[in-house]
Structures are given as C-alpha cells and as structure tokens.
Write a new protein. Structure first.
Length: 557
C-alpha cells in the first residue's frame, strides 16, 4: 500500500490549551479537520482529497516523520513523494499550504477551536462562495476576558513575619493585616468596581473575613477622587492627557451589593486546614466554635477562637519548617499530640481527605452555610473532588451535599470550563502555587488572556494592582467576577448558531456578538446591515462582526 509524503519545512508548535467551551460556529460548506497521524492508507487519503468538503490536514502530536523535512503516514510499505513545489503557499510563514481547491495542509499542530484558525477558515469558506459564522466568546464591545478576584486574608504565612501563631503547640510565622487597613483596602476595591463598572470576586480564606466582605460600604469621596484622578490622568497620548470613558456623574456613590461574589476557600483559616485538621472537632457543641475572633489572645488559646484551647492533636510537618522549642528530628510527616506517628499511620494520614474525611466535609459545609457563591479547592486531588461533589467512594463515609448551594467551583488544573451536577467548574493553572510551610495563600496571580479565551487576575487585597486593572480596561477587556463568567459561559454553551437558506439563526441573541464571513459583504452601509450595530467590518476579509443580532438574520435581504 502506498504512503503519501509531503516534502515541506516544518515548525513544530504546541497546541493551544484545551478549553471545553468550544466555539459555536456554522458553515454552508462542510469542514473536516484531519490529523495526519490518522491517515493510514492511500484509499483513506484519496477519500479526503477528492470529496466536496473543505478538508484541512494538519500535523498533530501523534504524527511521526522520517526527518524534519518530510511528512509521512503510518504505513511503511511504500512512499510516494509530493514535492513542495506542487503545494500552493497560502501563508507560508504560518505553514499553511493549498494542495488543491478546498484542500489545505497546515504544517503546524493546531487547535481547530482556536480563534485564529476559525478566522482563517471563515475567510477561506467565503472565498469559495460559502458563508461562515461563529458566536464570539466575549460579550459585545470587548476583545478579551479577564476574571478578576481579590483575596481577603487577615493572616498570611511569612518566613520573615513579625507575628507567630500557635498551631498544635508549634508556632508559625505570619504577617497579620490590621483590621482598619483591611477594611480600607476592601472599600477601595469596591469603589474601583463601581468606578469602572466591573465586577470582582472576593475570595475568603476563612469565615472571619466574610463579614468584612459583606459590609455595605459607602464610597469614600476622597477615595473616589483619588481613583478618578488616577484613572483619568495616567493616560498620555500625543502630548495631551485624556479621559474618554467617565465623567463624575457616571459614578455611583454606593456599592451595589447585588454584584457581590464571594468565593470561599475554606471555613476555617487555611493554617488549620493545611497544618492541623480536626481542630475544633466538636464545634459547636463542644464550645469551641468562635463567637468572636481574636488574634491577640493568650498563648494557650491559640488562634481564631474564644474559649478553651482547640483540639490541635494532629499536625502536618513540612520539610524545612523551623523547629520551635523541642529537639524532635522530624522523622515523619504527621504528628499526634506532639509525637511523630508510626510509618504505617504516616502513610495512611498522607491521604488526608480520606483520613480526615468528616472534618473536611464539615469545613466546606460550614463555608456553604455562609451563603457563598462558589468554592475554591486548593487541590485537584480526586478524593477531595469526589467528596465535594458527593460522588460515591468506598473509602469515604462522609461527602458534601453541594446540590444547588453554589453556582461554581474553582479547581487547580489546565485552563478549562466544564459542568458537574449542574455546577460550573472553572479550572485555573497555578492560582494556588504559593505556600509557606505547607500553608496555601494567595499573593498575586496573572494568567494572560489569549484571543477570546479567558485570563485571570487575582491578588491579595494588599497587593491588588489597580494600574493593571486600568490597563486591561483600556484594552477592551471584559473584567468580570468568577460568577459573571460562570453565568455567561453557561449561556454560551447552551447557545447555537445555524446558517440555512440564507439565514443565520441563534438560540439566544442577547449580550452576544457574531462574526460573519460572506463574499457578498461589500459595503457596510448597504441596506442589509445598516440597521444592525456593527463592531467590526473588513471588506478585504469578507468579514463583519455584529452586536446583539436578531435571532434570525437574513444574508440575502
């Protein structure tokens, strides 16, 4: 059996990150994406080469070649060379070649769901007298998305901290944020959200923060003036200052609580969650549930409680952690009542979400009782995931009844949007990579948006960078909360778009924009599109972007 070989130069690139929220698109000419690794015979290749569809062949991670200048299939019987000279360069710099009409070779690995690929294919369809359209992954007026959050953390572990917290009779160095400063930071950020008309997620790392987050803050006039001046007069274009987006009358003087989005990382402070699970094991009946929060009580009361000393029986040691007031050589990961556990118990306790199953369920259940909007899991551990989503597991007796109690869950992992039990799951890589002595915390994190795939900016209230927000706002960025994006993505994934009989039809048409490629689009002022809100028009590319289109848009009338 013969094997086809394309002799061309290759530049191998990584495929863009996967995103389960695939583009919604439609084409009047069928389109097929064929990874070269799937071609195993001449007959199969001939089928794709000679059908009526637009076929895009591309190299993928499973594709093997004999050298850097030859594309090969998987059948070793015989080789038939296709010299580079017979290929027609479409965009040689990007490795895109025409084999014959409606048949394309892309020499770089691609993600068919990437916006750049969609735009290329859309234009190619229009040049072949077809129509192509897709629903953009951003709302009207925007070019990119950044999910925005602020971590409200009163106590943060710090190797050089000026304070120390007692946990299981050991001390952990921390920085402690003054209550007045924390309140001022929250008020300032709430003012910023009103000024720029953006929404922000407030991440609580322990229930002691939730009351501060929920306070209905009146915007301070001095703070508002500072924010306005910073935003208006930091721009310098063509030797003159400008302020093009806001006037004072546009700015509300009171924070709109309905926009509040609270993402709970934990109910108990993270120091206990990471270092000493089973703290407050009998609360509230045991009397250890904190009625008030005190960070400055006597040593024997520990941290975050009023009353008797907490049950800090268990303690997880992190290699390199400072040694306080004992000579223990730390020969295990786990300690009980100050002594290292046996190797067998150490191994068992390392699977902490099974061993302390009840306590972790209780921790997240208490967080849910605070009427938060989402949960932030600081680990993508499968046992923790199953526990939170109430999945069956023979090694876990307790599990959370998450039901309809939250709108979304944020989990570490490759960037992705998915659903579980009708709850949106947003995976973010590297958000919780910061830790000291094994205690997780958030300092500042930025995941840059790519095309219309979402980015993320999250920072501690002390490190929150307003200038970054200003720059994003001026770059046509939809700055939204995690809840905003969960709601918007849910609507997007249930939407659809169809081109049939000269009409483009969408299921939902509010707060969307669609990109259309059609060769007959020649004049933005023609009667076909003059009644619609046009965001972009490019006659050379046969392209038009329409905001909030009618559910049924005719291309021929």
């Amino acid at each position: 059996m013969k094997k086809y070989v394309f002799i061309v130069g290759i530049i191998f690139l990584l495929v863009n990150g996967c995103n389960a929220m695939n583009y919604k698109w439609s084409s009047t000419i069928p389109i097929e994406y064929i990874p070269l690794s799937s071609i195993t015979s001449e007959k199969q290749f001939d089928y794709y080469l000679n059908n009526e569809n637009i076929v895009i062949f591309y190299t993928d991670k499973n594709y093997l070649s004999s050298n850097d200048n030859i594309f090969m299939g998987n059948d070793d019987e015989k080789i038939i060379a296709m010299p580079k000279k017979i290929l027609m360069p479409i965009d040689a710099e990007k490795g895109i070649y025409g084999i014959k009409p409606k048949k394309i070779l892309m020499t770089n690995p691609i993600n068919p769901d990437d916006k750049d690929i969609l735009d290329f294919v859309g234009n190619y369809v229009s040049e072949n007298n077809g129509s192509f359209a897709y629903i953009n992954k951003v709302p009207p007026k925007y070019e990119q998305v950044v999910i925005n959050g602020v971590a409200v953390q009163k106590v943060v572990p710090d190797e050089n901290g000026e304070y120390a917290i007692s946990v299981a009779k050991r001390k952990i160095k921390v920085d402690m944020i003054d209550d007045k400063l924390l309140t001022k930071k929250i008020n300032s950020i709430k003012s910023l959200s009103e000024l720029l008309n953006i929404n922000i997620t407030y991440i609580s790392t322990g229930s002691e923060n939730i009351k501060d987050i929920k306070k209905e803050n009146i915007v301070d006039n001095n703070e508002l003036n500072d924010l306005l001046n910073n935003y208006w007069f930091k721009k310098w274009y063509n030797n003159q200052y400008t302020h093009i987006q806001y006037t004072p009358s546009d700015v509300k003087t009171k924070y709109n609580a309905k926009n509040l989005d609270i993402l709970a990382m934990s109910h108990y402070p993270m120091i206990y969650v990471d270092k000493a699970p089973e703290t407050f094991e009998n609360d509230p009946t045991g009397g250890y549930y904190p009625e008030t929060i005190s960070y400055e009580g006597p040593n024997n009361t520990g941290y975050w409680q009023k009353g008797a000393e907490s049950e800090n029986n268990y303690y997880h040691y992190e290699k390199g952690e400072p040694n306080w007031n004992d000579n223990d050589e730390y020969n295990s990961n786990w300690y009980y009542e100050g002594s290292s556990v046996s190797p067998a118990n150490d191994t068992e306790m390392n699977n902490r979400y099974e061993y302390f199953n009840y306590w972790f369920v209780k921790n997240y259940a208490y967080a849910l009782s605070e009427n938060v909007d989402g949960l932030l899991l600081y680990s993508n551990d499968k046992t923790l995931y199953n526990m939170v989503f109430g999945k069956e597991n023979k090694n876990m007796f307790w599990k959370l009844n998450i039901g309809d109690r939250v709108d979304y869950v944020v989990i570490p992992g490759h960037k992705e949007i998915s659903k579980e039990n009708n709850i949106t799951i947003i995976k973010v890589p590297g958000l919780l990579n910061n830790e000291v002595y094994g205690v997780h915390y958030i300092k500042e994190y930025y995941l840059e948006p790519h095309n219309e795939e979402f980015g993320v900016y999250v920072a501690d209230s002390i490190y929150y960078d307003k200038n970054k927000i200003y720059a994003l706002k001026d770059n046509y960025t939809w700055i939204c909360s995690f809840k905003n994006y969960a709601d918007w993505s849910n609507k997007y994934t249930t939407n659809n778009i169809v081109i049939k009989k000269g009409n483009i039809t969408t299921k939902y048409n509010e707060n969307i924009k669609i990109t259309i490629y059609n060769k007959n689009i020649k004049d933005i002022n023609n009667k076909l599109f003059s009644k619609y809100s046009i965001e972009e028009y490019n006659n050379d590319l046969n392209k038009i972007v329409i905001e909030n289109p009618p559910k049924r848009l005719g291309l021929n009338n």
